[in-house]
Design a protein. Structure first.
Length: 565
């Protein structure tokens, strides 16, 4: 695109002011993109001719295609009888028809798109309409220059996001607000690498100033050219608000969108999932995104303490309540005033403690062991378990009335084997952290190691992955980490190689490999426990319900005992 002046366009009429006004147009064509600040007042020609104020490098545009008139803050567009016509908001204008443009309006001139924008981000952001968004994507789907779509969700001080976006974005970038604290950016001319760099820069700037940020990016044509595909792709969070937070799987992205909706409320949350799946990480995010984020976040593993210690930790005690109670002690629930309490492994809680917890949830008061008067509390509860609480209720091990109080809303965290896209970034993250702890360079994670990691069923989920990577670092070379360093995973069948020239067999399906490895792990666990499904499930780090599901899936509904081998 040939431009007359990218800062302030020159006017077609001599002697008129060229002082920049409040408006700017972003112009995108097959040959590139440019941004033009419009004058405060005046008239200018848009077209292919040399005398055009905004000159278009577009053979489908007329030499004098249209005219822009800026007067008193208003912008009027007039079609000048162009050969291929001018369209505004998707409607083709009649020859010489004029229309007043509004902020965000899209104008089509030949194969070129022009969007009217406020010259700078205002305190209330500069919204633009959905039609402009869709037409921009449609018109640029076949263009040579790459472009990107970014989405930001920002929770922070009022006006912070607008301030950062105004300072960091190019005049070519177009910003839309699609909800409170939610922004979409169309960035023409940015490569995938430049788009990701921009996303990381914006996120870092916002986080450094106290905001919590989730961001996603999609690049065309790499991630597609269809508008729906691009919007869906950039809606998947690619940057996490907390260190150690990886989201690459669609199911996990949907889960965290649900977290965003429920975090600000006070509803009790029950986190479900296998051992090591990341329930504590999710509980921390629920707290960080809640209105209680500045309050305490306290964790307690109900399976780690005996009955008396659990009650003392939860409710506290008064001096003399029992032999070792030599002074008053504030309980966990009292100390978490205004914050969040996370009770992990709630399914392991003894019956007597269940009754006391039920009373707390109903009355929002807690009574120290040995005390007579209760203390009001203001606490949000998050619970977690790898047990099937409905089954525990059915067999009388968990109170049904407590279950309904605990289960205000439940979130099921998928196992790692169902989130294959996250295995590699998690492994790299753990490898980097382990190398830093050991004071050594981070070795390269080789392709054979990645394939092995992705093929393993991960019965211990993220916790198991971390342990495997920690061990692997100690066995790996200084520069590379190969599959042989992944001690503890057992034999995983290697995918057969295919020689295209010799016409070898096709590469085996990765899902089939994972299922074969998982089936083998299940059979080994049943062998080690003489067919006891409960013990086998514990050995695998999954619930009995999950194990039974896998047995049905693999047609292994009968118990395997060593005596049968």
């Amino acid at each position: 695109m040939s431009v007359a002046n990218q800062d302030t366009v020159r006017l077609a009429s001599k002697g008129q002011s060229t002082r920049a006004g409040r408006w700017r147009v972003v112009v995108v064509s097959e040959s590139g993109s440019a941004s033009f600040a419009l004058p405060a007042d005046g008239t200018l020609i848009v077209g292919r001719g040399d005398d055009a104020g905004i000159r278009l490098d577009d053979t489908a545009a007329s030499r004098k295609h249209a005219q822009l008139v800026v007067n008193g803050g208003a912008v009027t567009l007039i079609d000048l009888g162009s050969a291929n016509g001018t369209s505004v908001r998707g409607r083709k204008l009649s020859p010489h028809e004029q229309v007043v443009l509004g902020e965000g309006d899209a104008v089509e001139l030949g194969t070129t798109l022009m969007v009217l924008q406020i010259d700078e981000l205002s305190a209330s952001t500069r919204p633009w309409n959905l039609h402009t968004h869709v037409r921009f994507l449609e018109l640029t789907r076949d263009t040579r220059p790459p472009f990107a779509v970014l989405r930001l969700q920002v929770l922070g001080p009022p006006g912070l996001a607008q301030e950062v976006l105004s300072a960091e974005l190019s005049p070519h970038d177009v910003v839309a607000s699609f909800g409170p604290g939610q922004f979409e950016i169309l960035a023409p001319g940015r490569s995938p690498e430049a788009a990701r760099s921009l996303m990381e820069k914006l996120s870092a700037k916002l986080v450094a100033r106290g905001a919590r940020v989730r961001a996603g990016v999609a690049s065309a044509p790499r991630d597609g050219t269809d508008p729906d595909l691009l919007v869906a792709a950039c809606s998947r969070p690619a940057i996490a608000p907390a260190e150690g937070f990886v989201v690459r799987d669609d199911a996990m992205a949907a889960l965290y969108r649900l977290v965003d909706r429920i975090a600000p409320s006070n509803i009790n949350v029950l986190l479900l999932g296998e051992t090591g799946v990341g329930k504590e990480v999710l509980s921390s995010e629920l707290h960080r995104r809640s209105k209680r984020a500045k309050g305490p976040f306290l964790r307690l593993n109900c399976a780690a303490l005996n009955e008396s210690l659990l009650e003392s930790e939860l409710f506290g005690h008064v001096k003399g309540a029992f032999t070792s109670a030599i002074k008053d002690k504030e309980g966990l629930l009292e100390s978490a005033q205004g914050g969040t309490v996370f009770l992990d492994e709630v399914g392991e809680m003894p019956a007597s403690t269940q009754a006391k917890l039920l009373r707390v949830l109903e009355e929002r008061k807690t009574t120290r062991v040995g005390a007579l008067q209760p203390t009001p509390i203001d606490v949000r509860f998050i619970f977690a378990t790898n047990r099937d609480l409905e089954a525990e209720v059915a067999r009388g091990a968990f109170r049904s009335d407590l279950y309904f109080r605990v289960n205000g809303i439940s979130l099921l965290i998928p196992p790692l084997r169902e989130r294959v896209a996250e295995i590699e970034p998690l492994a790299r993250q753990f490898l980097s952290a382990a190398a830093e702890r050991e004071g050594r360079p981070v070795p390269t994670l080789c392709a054979d190691a990645i394939a092995t990691l992705q093929a393993w069923p991960w019965p211990g989920n993220i916790r198991e992955l971390k342990n495997v990577i920690d061990r692997a670092l100690l066995l790996a070379g200084e520069e590379t980490l190969h599959a042989e360093a992944l001690v503890g995973l057992g034999p995983v069948p290697a995918a057969p190689r295919r020689d295209a020239e010799e016409g070898g067999a096709p590469v085996s399906n990765l899902r089939d490999e994972r299922e074969a490895a998982e089936k083998r792990a299940v059979l080994e666990a049943l062998d080690k426990t003489d067919g006891n499904q409960t013990k086998a499930a514990e050995l695998l780090g999954v619930s009995r319900r999950t194990l039974v599901t896998r047995l049905q899936q693999y047609g292994l509904t009968k118990s395997r005992k060593k005596s049968e081998d």
